[in-house]
Design a protein around this ligand. Sequence first.
Ligand code: ZN
Length: 247
Amino acid sequence: MRYLVLSDIHANLEALEAVLEAAPRGEFDRLLVLGDVVGYGADPNAVVDRVRALAPDAIIRGNHDKVAAGVEPADGFNQVARYAALWTFDALTDDNRAWLTNLPAGPLVVDDVEMCHGSPDDEDEYIFEHVDAVEALRAMSRPLCFFGHTHVPIGYWLSMDGFDVLVAPGTESRVSIPIEPGRRYLINPGSVGQPRDGDPRAAFAVYEADRREVVLYRVPYDIERTQAKIQAAGLPEGLARRLAAGK
Ligand code: ZN
């Protein structure tokens, strides 16, 4: 069984297309989408249409999906995120807004894989600190859980007698994480549409269940084209700038 795991696409069509070119949907048995399909980027309808056409086997909502669909107010958002969410709300077609509204909250379990946006306990929690990762590893209902929300590709494992952090180096385009028995793994594939680890390339993960391996990938995409669309849409300039820095 092969799983393609995408998170935090954030209405970035060029990044999504680059990922799908590198990892065509037809080569995977399962597609898992970890939320934040929209928000920040200038192509919410094109990206939602594309994701819907891909027919994910499981998809959960992210905090930006909730606000952009009008499910939740933008209370916890900074000014830029709030502006972009309100812009997205207006830009979305009624049909796509309704689709986002109906996305389920995580966690979900598919086969024997768990998926969440923030953490298994709280869809809006950011896992940055080791202590939070350990808590999430304890809360997981399956030995392997994918999470998003931080836009930073990373892996953690926990066993009866150990814990470790597997950081994907920014210059690698392929990082393998072997899944060993007796350990729990909490893995973030990184963000398709707005990476924040200093590497501007689009990020995604593939889980090869038969080989017991998760691979974190990076692929380049046409950032300038995405930036031009953000500018043309009148979205905050910083949202275009940060894509080139991967921050
Ligand atoms: Zn996000």
